[in-house]
Ligand binder design. Sequence first.
Ligand code: BGC
Length: 757
Amino acid sequence: MKKLLLFVSLAILMAACNKQTTPPQERLTLHDAEINTIIAGMSLEEKVEMLHSKTNMSSEGVPRLGIQDIKYCDGPFGIREEGVPNGFASAGWTTDSATYFPTGSALAATWSEDLAYKYGVGMGTEARRRGKDIILGPAVNIQRLPVGGRTYEYLSEDPVLAALLGTSYVKGVQDAGTAACIKHFALNNQEMNRGSVNVVVDERTMREIYLKPFELMVKEGGAMAVMPAYNKVNGDYCSENEHLLNEILRGEWGFKGMTVSDWGGTHSTMGAALHGLDVQMTGDSYLGPALIDSVKAGKVPESVVDDKVREILRVRYTVEAIPEDKCNLETASTPESRATAYEVARRSVVLLKNEGGILPIRKDVKKIAVIGRNAVALTQSGGMGAGVKAPYEVTPLQGLVNRAPEGVEINYAPAYKDYMGMFAFWRGAEFLSDHPEIAAAIDEPADPEMLAEAIALAADADMVIYFFGTNKFIETEGSDRTDIDLPLDQNAIAEALVAANPNTVGVMISGGPCDLSSIEPILPALVQGWWNGLEGGNALADILYGNIAPSGKLPFTFPVKLADSPAYALDNYPQKAEIEGDLFGNMYRQDVKGQRRAPMGPRRYASTAYYSEGPLVGYRWFDTKSVPVMYAFGHGLSYVDFSYGAMKANKAEYGENDVIKVKFKLGNTGSMPAEEVAQLYVRRVDGKVSWPVKELKAFRRVVLAAGETKTVTLEIPVSELRYWNEAAGDWALEHGSIELLLGSASDDIRQTLTVKI
Ligand code: BGC
């Protein structure tokens, strides 16, 4: 018996060690022998049945062998409510609520890999409770355009921040037993014409900026699934892009999992079959009967189908199927996930400006006027795909009430109408006439009565907290904003409020940046509050009342004006239409037995997006071109000051396999606990290759008690300083001097140190 126990413990230990030593992607291949035997016994029809959707959110297993279907769910900031089998309409369940986590840009504003990991664990755990195998997330495309409709889902304009947080998120999801389907691979940086736009980008920019997060999530995170994006890259749709899917993803990065097209993003049988797509979502128009015909006609080798089935089965073998009677028994939301959502939200709020230390709210403030509809707007859904049915959502107003100190009175006025854009019209004329609070147009002037009500409250209060910004109908999947102006006359409302009460601070509730050039000069304090999950209101109130110090840092730049940002400055966006008509419908390839799809919906336009700014995205552009910004990448104030002691490097000169390690003392000189995100950038001295003026390479969130000082180490592997050498088609290191720039933001560098490589 003792021997048996010893044997079992040894086996468990070896399995655990194996798991740790086997490279992440190789773990997927552990059952290949068994899988190959299964494939050998399957008919062509049975195999092809696995390569397209079964329902809107599932694809088939092997029923004959009891191998379960694969169940997908959105992602990325909460497990989406259950839809009907053939579409996105609600299934009307009562057990499908889940934790609404802070959205992507809010998570990224924490600059915390630990929190991203916990967030992933929360998502993965709740997916299991819902019986789901694959989460369609995280979404990590680079925020190239301030107007981008999915900025709030995506993480950052910087590849290193997106890569590190995305990888931790993936690890968390997968450690909880669910597969992560990282999306959208690749270069889905605009929603306008997303189904047809052809991104023209040079290889170096693509590798260093846009593919970087995906590379790390695959190689280090072990992501089990990848979703090719809707758009084309350098001429080919992502769902049939040989270079992206077969050469880079599988060939160079060693990806062993499955690829799943974005919904409606498959475009041909031969293209998809031969160039790297495993599962068509949704429908079977390409990877269904047409594929069977193509194989029978000898145009597609059956081994290609086998490869796809193998990749799907690897995921199926790694992710345990949950029996129907073991899931969806109650809400998926767990107390642990809600605690994580709260923790993330508390660290994501960014204090942009705090003139005269007007925040935190002083103890003698007894009457607060909360102005602006964004203080009560729910943000868990809207924005199309990514949305959650949360068990509850604490709005900013509710949070301020929940956390109000004894004796503080809070009054609220909406000041501006709601805006639902086209969604209001979808709801019909009757809905609109029943809801006069919904504005007819985004630029409608302030309603005089609503404004008067807000001004009266402001004038009568000790302090005004003005909530402005966008909503999830303005920033949404499927379209980009046409500008970043504050909607609904919010600038004029701010002026009126400040005139009524100079003690007015502003909180912006949005996923992406807005033009603050009117509001910034008149408001003494500004806070970026994000769409911050079901505990967002409580977290924000903690910061406004000073229960904790703010510690979020911007994951993207706020330009002074939209025209300053690179794609606009170079006239690369918005693009002019080149072909009229719906490319989804008209794009037809002569397959062995192709199927023409009926043109769908409104007309779309094909266009070409030239990324001629190259790697100069976000702060890389503003810094290199010396264009002033409103708020810089990495910016975020605290209620305390931090001291940065002298930075020391472990060596003066490094070889290509070395790791640069810098040490410094970081002190909290204030009288309350606080957290600081120390950021390490690099600048090339006399580089021959062209480089942005500075690039983020490492960062760390540090927790400090009042008055405490800690020694902090930051590391940069020299391999991370390589560039993509187009001529050699490989990564290369440029030797020479590198300046290390240590600071509290990209525009607040406290120290520099030059080393050689
Ligand atoms: C989105 C994806 C999403 C999918 C399924 C698509 O429209 O681009 O991000 O996962 O729908 O909802």
